[in-house]
Design a protein around this ligand. Structure first.
Ligand code: ZN
Ligand code: FE
Length: 255
């Protein structure tokens, strides 16, 4: 039976995600921006929270941990290479590891860039990828630590996942990302219709996350750094795609 995914808005514009196994009642949460909305969602679902998956060390992804109900019984899983700056881990993982969460396997990807040692959790059988601030809806996280080359390598790893994978990312930044994307890709008809859908969703108070990898690959400029039309628009037709990515990221930082 498939996992049940719940998107939990937290703080101003963060998302946590609960995955729950309807047969066993077990649940896990990906990132803990704040405890109260997660505790409430677990209670509302009638789940038993057993596991916390941490994508990276930033406060807006970990600070709610100690406020979770039943905190001492929770198994905390995060990147081995970042163990020194993450909350104490019960299971430290590295790229290539496979873990079992709520009865389903998840592969660990290193998606350094936004931070070094940021990880993503890919549940292949569930077609779910938890990318937090590495790949976002219509955007990618600011590079607070990693290099452009590192971030581009990370995005290519995510891009290699099956296209029907649901990208569960960490923030509601989609409208601002959309305005920027349109400056680079003004004639992309799929982007134009996505922006309309995003604006309508936000006007109705709905989240725009998660999104499919397929839609991101067709509309997210950061995943399109090697697309001939985008390269031409930037006057970088013969450039290395990593340099095109760097140009796009630099423009976004100034936008
Ligand atoms: Zn972050
Ligand atoms: Fe964040």
């Amino acid at each position: 039976m498939p996992l049940i995914l719940t998107t939990v808005p937290c703080l101003e514009d963060n998302y946590a995600f609960i995955i729950a196994n309807p047969e066993t009642g077990e649940a896990a949460v990906v990132d803990v921006p704040e405890a109260a909305p997660i505790n409430a969602a677990i209670k509302a679902g009638g789940w038993r929270l057993t596991t916390v998956l941490l994508t990276h060390h930033h406060w807006d992804h970990v600070d709610g941990l100690n406020g979770l109900d039943n905190r001492s019984a929770l198994k905390i899983i995060g990147a081995k290479r970042d163990a020194r700056r993450l909350p104490a881990l019960d299971h430290a993982v590295s790229e290539g590891d496979t873990i079992t969460v709520c009865g389903h396997d998840a592969d660990i990807l290193d998606v350094s860039g936004h931070t070094i040692n940021h990880i993503a959790f890919h549940f292949a059988s569930e077609k779910l990828a938890f990318t937090a601030d590495s790949l976002m809806a219509l955007g990618c996280g600011r590079l607070s630590e990693g290099t452009h080359a590192q971030a581009w390598t990370s995005l290519k790893k995510i891009r290699a996942l099956p296209r029907d994978t649901l990208i569960c990312s960490g923030h509601e930044y989609t409208q601002a990302n959309a305005r920027f994307a349109q400056t680079l890709d003004p004639h992309n008809s799929e982007l134009i219709s996505r922006v309309q859908a995003v604006d309508a969703a936000r006007a109705a108070g709905q989240p725009t996350v998660p999104s499919t990898l397929d839609l991101e690959m067709r509309t997210n400029p950061f995943l399109r750094a090697d697309a001939p039309d985008l390269m031409a628009h930037l006057g970088m037709t013969d450039a290395d795609p990593a340099d095109v990515f760097a140009e796009i990221r630099t423009r976004k930082d100034r936008f």
